[in-house]
Design a protein around this ligand. Structure first.
Ligand SMILES: [Zn+2]
Length: 385
């Protein structure tokens, strides 16, 4: 801890060395504490820049694996560099400290199937191994057989019917069984949503996991207020922006905005009605959870089915007839399976092996997926290949 003082401006560092950075496939970093090194201002800057760049390119698993060791050693040997890294990656470090990221395992979205209108819908999902559903108080009886249920407030149903939120029904339903989450909001109204959240939270026992909702597009300070009050926050009002009747370029713009926001709070947000396969795919490693009734789209006028593209590994959708499903119910079954089993691809440089965040690569055109070394970043399907 006091090692450097007797040597004046000379101290024992650099504390961190890279194994094969540049052309090698290894992306690991290890602590090197033996070689004396003169640390002038320039060296500090070079090191923190280099380490920072490296940290930005690794997966959460790698980040978690070496971070404690590397930063711990840096604290005693190269404090200024450690401090810079800590400041730069405050959000990621906080997530690790909360245990939001398990070393070796990427955080994966908890997907809730919504839109169950009757017990027949429930009977479709159960044999397919689905455990998570999202229903509002009206549809709660359809969810009786599922172990993981999120309770929607009924705000959207009330909005569509032109009525106000049935608060007594929500409070009654919320204590009728155990829920993963109980949402409390007023559709499209940030201030009213906050008031309802406060009321519901104060009324229900503390054991009920009440979750506030931020309407997409409202003031960001309102979102920050909710994130201060609750570990998980729902984002509502996405459906009108992500529906198929919007031009693709508009949907892409909203998705890029949404991705930037969710990336600031990994593992803390739920997206309501994420009705677009590309959005689910992009945000799969960032959101805490999401729901959609899109698995039922084959039965609707759009006649779409969801599937995982065998070449790219992307979650996609197409008219069920073009996917050669024999009938509508086969298309629904296949869509459920795709949403149940989907895992995003991982991205690696074909030359140096450096990895890149999925949510960034998924939104870039192929020509722009380039590594700093000049190589190309390619998606690697889950399970190898
Ligand atoms: Zn590379």
């Amino acid at each position: 801890m006091v090692a450097a003082s007797s040597a004046g401006r000379r101290c024992a560092a650099p504390a961190v060395r890279f194994i094969g950075s540049g052309s090698s496939a290894s992306a690991s970093l290890f602590v090197h504490q033996t070689r004396p090194f003169s640390l002038d201002k320039n060296t500090y800057s070079t090191h923190s820049h280099f380490i920072g760049k490296h940290v930005a390119s690794v997966t959460d698993a790698e980040f978690a694996t070496y971070l404690d060791r590397a930063l711990g050693a840096l604290d005693t040997r190269d404090y200024h560099v450690a401090r810079r890294i800590r400041r730069k990656y405050a959000v990621r470090l906080a997530a690790l400290a909360r245990g939001a990221t398990t070393p070796g395992v990427k955080p994966m979205l908890k997907f809730y199937f919504s839109g169950l209108r009757d017990t027949a819908d429930a009977a479709t999902l159960q044999p397919l191994g689905v455990t998570r559903v999202l229903v509002d108080p009206h549809d709660l009886p359809n969810a009786a057989a599922f172990p993981h249920v999120a309770l929607d407030s009924g705000a959207y149903r009330a909005f569509k019917a032109g009525t106000s939120l049935d608060l007594p029904a929500l409070l009654h339903a919320a204590t009728s069984r155990a829920f993963d989450m109980v949402f409390a909001d007023v559709f499209g109204d940030a201030e009213a949503s906050y008031q309802v959240y406060q009321t519901v939270k104060q009324t229900l026992p503390v054991t009920v996991p009440v979750v506030p909702v931020w309407p997409w597009g409202s003031d960001l300070w309102r979102l920050h207020r909710l994130l201060d009050a609750s570990q998980i926050v729902g984002i509502g009002g996405l459906v009108p922006h992500l529906r198929r009747d919007n031009p693709l370029s508009d949907r892409d713009t909203v998705l890029a905005e949404l991705t930037a926001l969710v990336a600031e709070y990994p593992g803390r947000l739920h997206a309501f009605g994420l009705c677009w396969a590309k959005a689910l795919d992009t945000l799969w490693e960032l959101l805490y959870s999401a729901d959609t009734s899109h698995w039922l789209a084959a039965r609707r006028s759009t006649a779409m089915a969801t599937y995982v593209h065998t070449g790219t590994g992307y979650l996609q959708e197409a008219p069920w007839r073009s996917l050669k499903h024999p009938d509508v119910e086969s298309a629904v079954t296949a869509s459920v399976g795709a949403l149940r089993d989907f895992r995003p691809v991982t991205w690696a440089c074909t030359r140096c092996g450096a990895v890149a965040p999925h949510h960034q690569m998924r939104l870039l055109p192929a020509a722009k997926r380039k590594c700093a070394c000049g190589g190309k970043l390619r998606g690697v399907l889950p399970g190898g290949a």
